[in-house]
Design a protein around this ligand. Structure first.
Ligand SMILES: [Ca+2]
Ligand SMILES: [Ca+2]
Length: 198
């Protein structure tokens, strides 16, 4: 009886110790992205939708390079923490551009999304390019970076277009998961100042 109690306590403690926080975002409101790097145009769109009525339309606006749309931002992380993110992506050009990947970069200031701490890597797979597919990647925090930015990277030329929908981000309890909705929680002045830095 006593050992059962101990086991129950151990299970309860394990659940507490590994508690996770999961947030989803489906672009059903008016917020598009948290920020960007390079020339990329993001709008709320209804042409291709995975679920609900809307998705994020991502248009590469750069002649070369890999512009990035920042769709998630996790702060309050410590080394060893694990963050998993996924989203559905749409492209209908198998083995050819346009295509996109889920990628990450480290962020070193929870008040500044432009604070770049280096690439955090991502999922190499471009997907089948036969419509909607789910792409996912898991990062383990290292190097003392307190934040992670989750990106859509496009690999194509100006005008190439993909769609993104139904993002899920899981992080340890205690970390704060910010989706594009986070922009609404800031005062208009603060958000205008952040946007002006891009
Ligand atoms: Ca949606
Ligand atoms: Ca493609």
């Amino acid at each position: 009886m006593k050992s059962l109690l101990v086991m129950a306590l151990m299970v309860a403690f394990a659940q507490f110790a590994f508690a996770e926080n999961t947030v989803t975002y489906g672009w059903e409101g008016s917020q598009t992205i948290l920020g960007n790097y390079g020339d990329i145009i993001c709008t709320i769109d209804t042409e291709q939708v995975h679920s609900g009525d809307q998705a994020l339309k991502v248009v590469d606006d750069a002649e070369s390079g890999t512009p990035q749309a920042f769709v998630g931002w996790v702060v309050g992380l410590s080394d060893g923490d694990v963050v998993t993110a996924s989203f559905w992506r749409y492209d209908d050009t198998p083995s050819a551009s346009p295509s996109c990947r889920i990628w990450g970069s480290w962020n070193d200031d929870p008040n500044d999304i432009t604070s770049y701490g280096g690439s955090a890597g991502g999922e190499e797979d471009y997907g089948p390019g036969t419509g909607w597919d789910l792409t996912e990647y898991t990062w383990t925090v290292e190097g003392g970076h307190p934040g992670l930015i989750i990106q859509v990277r496009t690999y194509s030329e100006a005008g190439a277009t993909v769609w993104i929908d139904d993002m899920t981000i899981t992080a340890p309890d205690g970390a704060e998961i910010r989706t594009p909705e986070y922009a609404q929680s800031l005062s208009p002045d603060t958000w205008a100042a952040i946007k002006a830095t891009f």
